[in-house]
Design a protein around this ligand. Structure first.
Ligand code: ZN
Ligand code: ZN
Length: 364
């Protein structure tokens, strides 16, 4: 539904940034899952409200949304597409400790996401393929399994936070003053203190390895589209982050251009070919080589559309078209024979006036 984000927050399209924030705060408080445990409908609505806010609070995303009424499509994982926005981050920063029973549990330690720019060719972006990428990935230390302690030694429970990794602190937020749980400064949020560090990770619990791998280039991918691979980001004790592949694709390849799923090729023709008609063999890179008929009397700019012979459409399937556009190419140099023929043609058309040229006419 177009522009539903405004309805979700109960505001009009002209709402100011302040009004958007206020409306979001009200809705988020109303719908927060901690107030409606197990209510799937409310949870879904809460997610939608968060999604709406993620778009409307970002000036760039909002401008795009205001133009189209649709949120930007940002990525997919596997075969299915998903909205990338992780609302838990936003609400956690606002609500942690505000609603939860109060930092009695250690905060979940999930690895960060990894973002990699994947350069690929025009052809692979149309037909699909794969690319080799490399990046640094953080792994749970294999020697101490993430405890940070030397073999046979256990880290001791942090006395300041009693192992929770969190201490409570009063803070000013957009929701007013709330008591918020923050990372314990003594153990840096880990809940444990390592007295005999593991030699491999030096007590850091994680080690970084260079990762090299081959990733799929989905057929139909466009420049600046993102693919998300779930769980392939940095490792964490409680789960991994995601790997985001941001694709970079050239705009054209040997005269073939791309507009979304449509491919455009311009066929340069001599005026004579367009007037009299011809059959031209064309070799369109990435697509095909075949003969194409130029009918007698074809006009400059005439487009021949080959349905569903373009690039695959993402995310919904189907294919774009391949469009061959005729372009007249005026010869810049003529042989004397050609010139004679053109002049004869001009004479035939204008009864001889034309062949003298403009100067000839003026001084006649
Ligand atoms: Zn602590
Ligand atoms: Zn270690």
């Amino acid at each position: 539904m177009a522009f539903e984000f405004y309805d979700l927050l109960g505001i009009s399209r002209g709402a100011s940034a302040e009004e958007i924030k206020k409306a979001y705060r009200k809705k988020a408080m109303e719908l927060h899952p901690d107030r409606h445990r197990g209510d799937k409908e409310k949870e879904a609505e809460f997610k939608k409200v968060n999604e709406a806010y993620a778009t409307l609070s970002d000036p760039q995303k909002k401008a795009a949304y205001d133009r189209t009424g649709q949120p930007e499509w940002t990525g997919f994982s596997g075969g299915g597409f998903s909205a990338d926005f992780d609302f838990s981050d936003i609400f956690e920063s606002f609500f942690w400790g505000g609603f939860q029973s109060g930092g009695s549990q250690r905060r979940r330690e999930v690895g960060d996401d990894i973002e990699v720019r994947v350069k690929t060719s025009f052809e692979k972006a149309v037909k699909g393929g794969s690319e080799e990428i490399s990046y640094e990935r953080r792994h749970v230390c294999p020697d101490c399994a993430g405890s940070g302690s030397e073999k046979g030694r256990e880290p001791k429970v942090c006395p300041d936070c009693a192992g929770t990794g969190r201490v409570r602190k009063r803070m000013q937020t957009v929701f007013g003053v709330v008591e918020q749980a923050v990372a314990c400064p003594k153990c840096r949020g880990k809940g444990k203190i390592v007295e005999h560090p593991c030699p491999k990770c030096r007590g850091e619990r994680y080690v970084v390895f260079k990762t090299e791998r081959r990733v799929d280039v989905p057929a139909g991918i466009e420049d600046s589209m993102t693919v998300k691979i779930r769980g392939e980001g940095h490792e964490g004790i409680d789960g991994n982050g995601d790997l985001y592949l941001h694709f970079a694709v050239p705009e054209s390849d040997r005269g073939l251009e791309r507009d979304g799923a449509d491919l455009h090729y311009f066929l340069d023709l001599d005026p004579v070919e367009m007037v009299l008609g011809t059959v031209r063999k064309i070799d369109i890179p990435v697509a095909w080589a075949r003969e194409i008929e130029v009918k007698a009397g074809s006009q400059h700019g005439k487009a021949v559309r080959f349905r569903s012979e373009g690039a695959p459409k993402l995310p919904n399937g189907g294919k774009g078209d391949l469009i061959v556009t005729f372009r007249v190419r005026i010869p810049e140099k003529l042989s004397s024979k050609e010139r004679e023929l053109y002049e004869a043609l001009a004479q035939e058309k204008d009864g001889g006036e034309h062949s003298k040229g403009i100067l000839g006419k003026l001084f006649e």
